[in-house]
Ligand binder design. Structure first.
Ligand code: PEP
Ligand code: MG
Length: 599
């Protein structure tokens, strides 16, 4: 039966593939594809774990005290039977052989399949046996994890290792939730799309998906419950729809749309070397957002003229508590600076906290474990200032990387002038310590992120100390409207068109321009073509976005008349509601230019 599930579109395009269901976080299993050459070894690991669990259960049986209820022995017998039942073990082996899942993932996948079968059973006694299967699977996973702990390989990596792309069916990822740290690892995977039950449009999980340039839908609530392992699914990343087991006609329509969107991408790629200039001759700088040094080549391929936001916190994730030291950070920053070969690289100091924990906690787990307001807590610059040794290491690493090219330092989530002043003092300390150590370093430009309404209101004071600002609209919207950006329950209220948001952005751009400071937008609005004319109208001439979005934004810039758009701005900012705001722009003279340009 075909089912449609509606969610939030977060990354454009159409993906068609077999569903890979990420096991629920009940078991903290790692997911990675094994090399085909290692299938035999992985099956042997599984068999060894099964034998060990079997021995454990037998020992438990022997230890059951005489006076204990006979039911306990019977229960252990049931568990032993299940453990050796081909429904469990053969099926797990199949996931390993056919899909190349690691053994833990294979166990969790089969558990998911069996759990659903149990849920569908009419007989209550049988339905209750689900808990037994879960316990057996849990024992198996524990043994597998225990054995793996001795290995040194990064075992959580979902990589393309060993998968022969040509012979594989496309895979799409379906999960209740994915931690940003896990998403990062999926960057190196072959998934062609993904869907989660939870999340908002600018949650970091969504942001990483967008940077992977694969169709994605979040906030699809029931998706992971409705989809089964290996189902064929279509992800419509433009409309935010997931279609499970689509009928042939629908599939054909989507295959056509998929081709169209690939043609469109190819067309946009041809703009790579076209200078980004409006119809009336205004140059607009298009920069790229990156998460890892390995993203740097894509910046140049997209024709960006620098990195406007390097989210350095992704270097700090999945480290099991061992954060990167100064040398490791220096090498990572230097790699990007060298690849960019003279183009500016804006390194944002570490912005952890809120929906970006350092470890693999998903947003839901975070909410559960830290029931206070993580978005209002010790995150971003607040965290860095509370860990001055760590922060000094990062500043030293950035300054050293600046010896190899043009580097700009960006401070996230500044709300107080004192925070900015503390940062400046620490940068001075970092410089002096490098001099004392005889290490080379270079000059850096200093900038603050404007993400909190309070920062907009004290902007002139901040700008006296900094060379540039970068407007983080994702957080600015969150803090202006008091909407958790990662919470799908309030995502309908997360409104970039809200007049208060637009006035804050316009004010920040105007003040920075008036004081002759650089100003850029690096939040998701910068890469969304729906806002290009509006931001141009506000006087923005520097946009930073995922490399994959650059072509579409450049196309809009080439067709825009910045002067005419600017003249329309007051009407837009005075409009009462978001619909009117959008409408006002299109009804204005600029709109006529815009329509003519698009025709
Ligand atoms: C923002 O808040 O707009 C931003 C660019 O930073 P991040 O999305 O990483 O919080
Ligand atoms: Mg932010």
């Amino acid at each position: 039966m075909s089912i449609q599930v509606f969610g939030l579109p977060v990354s454009r395009g159409v993906a068609i593939g077999r569903a890979v269901l990420l096991a629920s976080s009940r078991f903290d299993v790692t997911h990675h594809f094994i090399d085909p050459a290692d299938v035999g070894h992985e099956v042997a690991r599984l068999r060894q774990a099964r034998d060990e669990v079997s021995a454990e259960l037998m020992a438990l049986k022997r230890e059951v005290p005489e006076e204990a209820h006979a039911e306990l022995v019977a229960l252990l017998d049931v568990h032993l039977m299940m453990l050796h039942d081909p429904m469990l073990t053969d099926a797990i082996v199949n996931w390993i052989i056919q899909r190349h899942y690691n053994a833990e993932w294979a166990v969790a996948s089969q558990l998911e399949v069996l759990s659903r079968q149990f849920d569908d059973m009419g007989d209550e006694y049988l339905r209750e046996r689900k808990a037994d299967v879960e316990q057996v699977a849990e024992r198996l996973i524990k043994v597998l994890v225990r054995h793996r702990k001795g290995l040194t390989a990064p075992d959580a990596v979902v990589s393309s290792a060993g998968r022969d792309q040509s012979s594989e069916e496309p895979l799409v990822l379906v999960a209740n939730d994915i931690a940003p740290a896990d998403m990062l690892q999926f960057k190196r995977s072959l998934f062609t799309g993904f869907v989660t039950d939870v999340g908002g449009r600018t949650s970091h999980t969504a942001i990483v998906a967008r940077s992977m340039d694969i169709p994605a839908v979040v906030g699809a609530r029931e998706a992971s419950r409705l989809v089964r392992q290996d189902d064929w699914v279509v992800i419509d990343g433009d409309a935010g729809i997931l279609i499970v087991n689509p009928p042939p006609m629908v599939l054909e329509e989507y295959r056509f749309r998929q081709q169209q969107s690939e043609l469109e991408r190819a067309r946009l790629k041809r703009l790579r070397n076209t200078p980004s200039v409006t119809l009336d001759g205004q140059a607009v700088e298009l920069l790229a957002n990156i998460e890892l040094p390995s993203d740097a080549p894509a910046v140049l391929e997209a024709g960006a003229v620098g990195v406007g936001l390097f989210r350095s916190e992704f270097l700090f994730m999945n480290r099991g508590g061992h954060l990167p030291d100064e040398q490791e950070q220096y090498e990572a920053y230097r790699a990007v600076v060298t690849t960019l070969n003279g183009l500016p690289v804006t390194i944002r100091t570490v912005d952890v906290g809120a929906d970006k924990p350092l470890d693999r906690l998903s947003v839901q787990e975070l909410r559960h474990e830290h029931s206070l307001n993580p978005a209002l807590g010790l995150r971003a610059i607040r965290w860095s200032l509370s860990e001055p040794d760590m922060f000094l290491q990062q500043l030293r690493a950035i300054l050293r990387a600046a010896a190899h090219g043009r580097v700009r330092v960006l401070i996230p989530m500044v709300a107080h002038l004192q925070e900015a002043q503390q940062v400046l003092a620490l940068i001075e300390r970092a410089r002096s310590s490098l001099v004392a150590d005889g290490l080379a370093f270079g000059p850096v430009e200093l900038g603050v992120m404007i993400e909190i309404p309070a920062a907009v209101l004290i902007l002139p004071s901040l700008l006296r100390h900094f060379d540039f600002i970068s407007i983080g609209t994702n957080d600015l919207i969150q803090y202006a409207l008091a909407i958790d950006r990662a919470d799908e329950a309030v995502s309908h209220l997360y409104d970039p068109w809200h007049p208060a948001v637009l006035r804050l952005i316009a004010q920040a751009i105007e003040q920075a321009n008036a004081m002759g400071r650089g100003v850029s937008v690096c939040g998701e609005m910068a890469g969304d073509p729906a806002f290009t004319e509006l931001l141009l109208a506000m006087g923005l001439r520097s946009f930073s976005m995922h490399p994959a979005q650059i072509g579409a934004i450049k196309q809009r810039i080439l067709r825009a008349d910045a002067r005419a758009l600017g003249a329309a701005l007051p009407a837009v900012l005075e409009a009462d509601n978001p619909q009117e705001v959008g409408g006002a722009l299109l009804r204005s003279g600029a709109g006529r230019v815009l329509r003519a340009g698009l025709a």
